[in-house]
Design a protein around this ligand. Sequence first.
Ligand SMILES: CSCCC(=O)C(=O)O
Ligand SMILES: [Fe+2]
Ligand code: NI
Length: 217
Amino acid sequence: MDQTRIHFYTTQIISSSITKIANNPEYNPSMAIEAWFMEENDEDKRLPHHCNPKEFVSPDHLADIGVLYWDLNPKVYENDVKLQKIRQDRGYNYMDILDLCPEKVENYEQKLRNFYTEHIHADEEIRYCLEGNGYFDVRDKDDRWIRIWIKPGDLIILPAGIYHRFTLDTTNYIKLMRLFLGEPVWTAHNRPQDNHPSRRDYIKNFTDKNLGCSAGD
Ligand SMILES: CSCCC(=O)C(=O)O
Ligand SMILES: [Fe+2]
Ligand code: NI
C-alpha cells in the first residue's frame, strides 16, 4: 500500500465521528483503563504524578481526544481472534514486538529520552502491552497532560497528530506489540509542529470540534 493511500486511510479514520467510534461494538470503553491528569514537577518521570486531589480521566474523555483502547488477553496474543479482528478491521498488516530492556535495545537510554520528548507522528501509534507497564502521556484539548497507565492486555491507539510521550514506570520494563498499516514509519516530529499536516488534521477533527461543542453546552 503506498503512502498516499495510507494517508487517505488514516485521514478517513480520524474523520469518522466520535459517535461512530463509540457505537462500534468492538470498542468497549467499559473495561476502564487508568488515566489521570498529571501534575508536572521535578520528580522522577516514572512516578505516577497524580494531582492532589487525584483527578481521573474517563475512557469517554480519552475517546473525545481520539485515543482508543481495548482490553485483551495478553496470554493468548499469538492466537487471539479479538486481536485479529481489530487488525483486520483497521488494516494493521504490520506487526513487531519491542522488548524494552537494555540488553535487547540498541541505544536504550537515548531511545528512552526520545520517547519522553513530546512529539507527534504522521500516522496512528498502536501499542499492545504484553508484559510490564508504562505511561503514555497525551495532551488534551486544553494542552494538559493526561497520563495513561498501560498494563498487560491494554491495546491503545493514539491518533495521528496528537502530542504525546512515553516513559517506563518504576518497574522499569515493558514488552509491547507495535502494529501499523502498511510499511511502518516511526518518525517522531518533536513539538512544536503546528503546521504539520497531521497536526492540522488532528486539530480540525478533534480539538476544534470539541471546543465548538463545549461552547454550545
Ligand atoms: C515505547 S513505544 C512508545 C514511544 C513512542 O511514542 C514512539 O515510539 O513513538
Ligand atoms: Fe510516539
Ligand atoms: Ni458538549
